[in-house]
Design a protein around this ligand. Sequence first.
Ligand code: PMP
Length: 432
Amino acid sequence: MRLNRSSSAALFDRAQKVIPGGVNSPVRAFKAVGGNPLFIKSAKGAYLYDEDGNKYIEMINSWGPMILGHANEMIEEAVRNAIGKSFSFGAPTKAEVEIAELISHMVPSIEKVRMVNSGTEATMSAVRVARGFTGRDKIIKFEGCYHGHGDSFLIAAGSGAVTMGTPDSPGVTEGTAKDTLTAPFNDLAAVETLVAKNKGTIAAIILEPVVGNMGCVLPAQGFLEGLRKLCDQEGILLIFDEVMTGFRLAKGGAQEIFGITPDLTTMGKIIGGGMPVGAYGGRAEIMNYVSPAGPVYQAGTLSGNPIAMAAGKAMLTYLNEHPETYTYLNKITQRIVDGFRHNLESLGLLHTINHVGSMFSLFFTNSDVVNFDSAKTSNTTMFGKYFQKMLEKGIYLAPSQYETLFISTAITEELADKIIAANKEALKEIHS
Ligand code: PMP
């Protein structure tokens, strides 16, 4: 059944005249999957409503932060209470202390934390501190990992950068690019070689401990341990970019699940409960390099914004006090993944599903997907067709193969079964 999307189409026409590509973040444009993007009017719980009044079951959840579903009443109330006291002071508040204490409690490797306004700010700042602390210039990142749009990271970048065909962005100077070394994800030997060749010059290794930005890719057995050991031996700081995984895979993020302690962690998304928030933190010894405690400068007029802190405090307090949230998320996501696998197998379609906790990706390939090269073996044309079929059936997926899906607690067993049934129909239609 074709949905009426005429209002979205008209808005997209208008948007393209005044916004580059019609959107404020590239992947939203649906370029990789064809068709016009949906313009969203509102969302509640598990559902998203577009400007034409169509209703969709959410499987992206604002790229992760709506872990409790949209417009959660408890968070709404916290925001409403904060709004009455003005929107920004540019001065310290009690809520900032409380949220820092909460983050430090939930993620023990974070002894001190600085709030910023986006994941991009968090990663840019973490790398600056790592450089200031070690007195070294170079960093290692992994092909297909995305760490926001800071210049140092737009080298072999995943997410929208690869979706748009620009993993190495113009506008990044050669001077900056030369300080970013890259290795294939899950290839410890390649990292060891890079480190040996650049001995004493590498400030940090930054990675998504579970990658979301080339699709969902898990760390191989021993990979994170190996990086930790190498960093210890060579005086390199290990930075876990947990912007997606923080407070999602567990209260303590991926580092809790895999039992590896990074030196610095970057976070975002879930802390703000949908408000623009990022954070970076780690060992006090390192974070004490940040101004005004130390010489590495980093600042923000709206950092620690009281409305965002109120949302974040409500969200993190809930997650801290309700560990059963993760049990539920894992169970409901497993149900969906099992259903998808069953559908794909019964239709004899090539596939790989990577899954951890409430994150997963379906790749149309028969290769194991362990890094960027194997992610790229996926049939993206087929993915585009699949995306459109799912949309027609009222399921809102990430509009790119190189993204992960995020499940919220608003997905009931009944909704999970609807998603599985839609997946079966969509697969049948693209197969025939
Ligand atoms: N790091 C990771 C792992 C991300 O997934 C993202 C965004 N998806 C970022 C950093 C950048 O965050 P933001 O878009 O908030 O700048």
